[in-house]
Write a protein that binds this ligand. Structure first.
Ligand SMILES: [Fe+2]
Ligand SMILES: [Fe+2]
Length: 285
């Protein structure tokens, strides 16, 4: 396919991706208030049966080992508290976007979802280590959870152009998958994901971090994007990979300096993330 024609098709495909659900946007707003109105939240979440079902499934899972089955959202909310509610809400939204296997990237829907959730957990652990504000923590969580969203747009084209991908990889063995995407498609999945989030009117700190997550020069321009980039590296090193783009296994020291972390902090964060991810994996999937 001609490159220009290909780019046009890719951006047409962007238009077909359903927007970030209004239900989740509204629920996030409610969760940001000082006194969260759980009844109002129940009304909002009920309008999305998939998300509502996830709450009940989780609260009744072995994780909480409750003596009785929780059968209402309101009870589930009161039991979980705002942090857990936000976590389940956003993880469920990500699950909707990653509901199909990404064959071009060689990853199942289950694995890309888990990779995304693990990235969100990692960013959250980093934010906790640094004592960041709840607002920053939330935007880091959203950016990390959705950092690979561009893959759902590009997947079809990485499949269609498979032979050109193989050829480009053979000719440039030192390049990472993002650089190969650039050669073959003229765009990379970070750029497409960032573009999507910008169109959905997320703040710049979120869409910029998604845009930058494979670009070492862009990533270090802002602390938030450095944290999202580091989260992606950490989960990849833990083996919770995001598919064939998971080539880079080194954490640049410069990245840690910008964020304000020591290498030993990374060890602690990795241990915590691994524990939480393994736990969640058994429960959510
Ligand atoms: Fe990525
Ligand atoms: Fe990733």
């Amino acid at each position: 396919m001609d490159r220009e024609y290909l780019l046009e098709r890719i951006f047409e495909k962007v238009d077909t991706i359903p927007p970030f659900p209004k239900t989740a946007q509204r629920a996030l707003e409610i969760l940001r208030s000082d006194e969260v109105d759980f009844r109002e939240l129940e009304e909002v979440v009920k309008s999305d049966p998939g998300i509502a079902a996830n709450f009940l499934k989780l609260v009744n899972s072995a994780l909480y080992s409750l003596p009785q089955k929780v059968d209402s959202l309101l009870k589930a909310f009161m039991f979980l508290g705002t942090d857990q509610i936000r976590f389940i809400l956003l993880a469920s939204v990500a699950g909707k976007y990653f509901s199909q296997d990404l064959t071009g990237y060689g990853i199942s829907s289950r694995d890309i979802w888990m990779h995304s959730i693990a990235c969100g957990l990692t960013a959250e652990e980093i934010a906790n280590t640094l004592g960041m504000s709840p607002e920053t923590r939330e935007s880091l969580y959203i950016a990390s959870l959705l950092h690979d969203l561009g893959k759902i747009v590009l997947d079809l084209y990485t499949t269609l152009e498979e032979s050109r991908f193989h050829q480009a990889m053979a000719e440039n063995p030192d390049w990472d998958f993002m650089q190969i995407e650039w050669i073959v498609l003229g765009v990379d999945h970070g750029m497409v994901g960032g573009y999507l989030l910008k169109r959905w009117e997320f703040p710049e700190e979120i869409y910029f971090a998604v845009r930058a997550h494979h670009d070492p020069d862009l990533m270090v321009q802002k602390k938030n994007s450095a944290i999202v980039g580091l989260s992606n590296l950490i989960v990849t090193m833990l083996g919770v990979t995001g598919g064939v783009d998971a080539f880079n296994y080194r954490i640049p020291l410069q990245l840690l300096e910008i964020i304000g972390l020591e290498p030993r902090d990374v060890d602690h964060i990795m241990t915590k993330v691994l524990r939480r991810t393994l736990f969640l994996e058994g429960m959510l999937l």
